[in-house]
Design a protein around this ligand. Structure first.
Ligand SMILES: Cc1cc2nc3c(=O)[nH]c(=O)nc-3n(C[C@H](O)[C@H](O)[C@H](O)COP(=O)(O)OP(=O)(O)OC[C@H]3O[C@@H](n4cnc5c(N)ncnc54)[C@H](O)[C@@H]3O)c2cc1C
Length: 469
């Protein structure tokens, strides 16, 4: 069906009943408002609206429906596929819904639907609390949690969505409902992994955990040691207790004060980690790896969790141009290690990286929500990154070439890392059983696929449902 144009009369009528900002193409802020984190995404919505209340959200959903316009929902705007913005439609930008309220008496953290992890972490830290959040603190709580949520606490406490107690949701019908284990339990299940397919979440309530100072930081190695260190890491890491979560990364060494000058801007391999609990116990876990592979730079030590949470922010600025391919791994076999080392040697820009996110622990044993592949040991993410349009073609070619070599070792994918051209992989992010159940819940809560600008889960019997545009 053709979209119905928004006339100036329609926009004026909408603005009159909407309490937040309404930004059209003629507004000075329009360009800033339409850009998302991934600089490769360049879309032109008809309107960007910034609700302040659940009623505002409902009004924006209605506006899009009445005009049969695409509807995008924007949290922290980090989705690499760019699903926080659409062409020609309405963007609900949730940034004004960013209050965080902590109840230290029961350890809960209630975050507005448009919060970033930096905002949540800051408020929770005041009470010595935290919950699993993303590794870059400018990422949105919304998108990350709804797709699962991998972070420094994932092995200790599970995915971010595993620590969710309830959510306030504005549905496709414009109703505000609570989803929890005791209210709308099917919706609550689907929200924990199923992404933005089921409604607009205006508030998330998490169970916080007592986390303040952790053993954290990074051990850095010259790139020509990557094969040796990755092999030692692969042998060491299966025995790591769930209090520790690690990330292994191929990257270019940053010009950070703890990095020797001779290593700065050079190809490097890093092991980044977080250990909750007793610091000496954490150091003891690390000791065999440190002994077998002494790092060229060692910045692991006790630090406030919040500091660790912001440590990687500088490497992921807004506007960086990114193209990714990713999937789950059950092990780091020798053949895979060799492919990764070879691919790292061919990185076309110094901004490219390959990440191995360690999973297992509480991420594997938890059973809540619509998370697929809980038995995965790692998520691998091949990251083509740059700042100039000229970087796009070589990066995309390198990611695809690397994926041709690495992809066959993977099984399924983490939905939050899927790229815009991964539409045919969404089902594989969940597996058949979870996928079928998600489609049924979608039919109950969004039968017309109003929320389709995302890694889309089409409703069952979708004859009348519209497809991703
Ligand atoms: C630099 C960087 C670092 C990252 N690090 C991690 C990491 O450590 N761990 C990890 O698990 N993932 C990570 N990711 C991936 C991240 O989880 C996804 O990109 C996620 O979609 C980002 O959420 P967002 O709210 O910032 O993005 P947005 O682009 O704003 O939103 C993505 C989608 O989520 C939905 N959405 C967002 N908020 C709401 C809401 N309140 N209600 C309903 N729907 C909503 C919408 O469908 C939207 O299209 C990272 C991404 C980047 C770019």
């Amino acid at each position: 069906m053709a979209h119905l144009e928004l006339s100036s009369t329609d926009i004026a009528a909408f603005t009159a009943r909407f309490s937040g900002a309404v930004i059209g193409p003629d507004a000075d802020e329009y360009d800033a408002a339409r850009h998302v984190w991934n600089g490769m995404i360049d879309r032109y919505p008809a309107l960007v609206v910034r609700p302040r209340t659940a009623d505002d959200v409902a009004a924006a959903i209605r506006l899009a429906q009445d005009h049969d316009l695409p509807l995008a929902v924007r949290g922290g705007s980090h989705n690499v596929a760019g699903s926080g913005v659409c062409d020609t439609g309405v963007v609900i930008d949730l940034r004004e819904l960013s209050d965080v309220v902590v109840d230290p008496s029961v350890g809960t953290i209630r975050a507005g639907g448009g919060c970033t992890w930096a905002q949540l972490d800051a408020a929770a830290a005041e009470h010595g609390l935290a919950t699993t959040g993303g590794l870059v603190s400018t990422t949105g709580v919304g998108g990350l949690t709804l797709g699962g949520g991998i972070g420094w606490l994932v092995r200790a406490y599970g995915f971010s969505s595993d620590t969710l107690i309830s959510a306030e949701v504005v549905t496709a019908e414009g109703k505000t409902v609570v989803a929890s284990d005791s209210e709308n339990a099917d919706l609550f299940w689907a929200l924990r992994g199923g992404g933005g397919n089921f409604g607009v979440v205006t508030g998330f309530t998490f169970q916080g955990h007592p986390v303040s100072t952790v053993l954290g930081g990074l051990m850095l190695y010259r790139g020509d040691r990557a094969a040796e260190v990755l092999a030692a890491y692969a042998e060491w890491v299966p025995e790591v207790p769930e209090e520790m979560t690690t990330l292994a990364a191929f990257l270019t060494a940053p010009p950070a004060p703890f990095v020797p000058e001779s290593l700065q801007f050079q190809p490097a391999f890093a092991i980044v980690l977080c250990h909750v609990g007793d610091h000496d116990a954490g150091q003891a876990v690390l000791a065999p790896l440190r002994a077998s592979c002494p790092p060229d730079a060692d910045a692991v030590g006790p630090m406030p969790y919040r500091v660790l949470q912001g440590m990687l922010d500088g490497g992921a600025p807004h506007g960086q141009r990114n193209y990714w391919k990713s999937g789950y791994l059950s092990e780091l076999g020798a053949g895979l290690q060799a492919e990764l080392v070879a691919a790292a040697g061919r990185m076309p820009t110094p901004f490219d990286q390959i990440h191995l996110h360690q999973l297992g622990g509480a991420a594997a044993t938890n059973t809540s929500g619509a998370i697929g592949h809980r038995d995965a040991a790692f998520a691998v993410n091949v990251i083509g990154a740059g700042f100039e349009p000229e970087h796009d073609a070589p990066n995309t070619a390198w990611v695809r070439e690397t994926w041709a070599a690495v992809g066959p070792a993977t099984s399924g994918a983490y939905v939050n890392f899927l790229a815009g051209d991964d539409t045919d992989r969404v089902r594989s992010a969940y597996g058949a059983h979870v996928w079928d159940r998600l489609r049924q819940v979608k039919r109950a809560w969004d039968p017309d696929n109003v929320f389709r600008i995302n890694h889309n889960i089409p409703p069952t019997s979708s004859a009348s449902a519209r497809q991703f545009v």
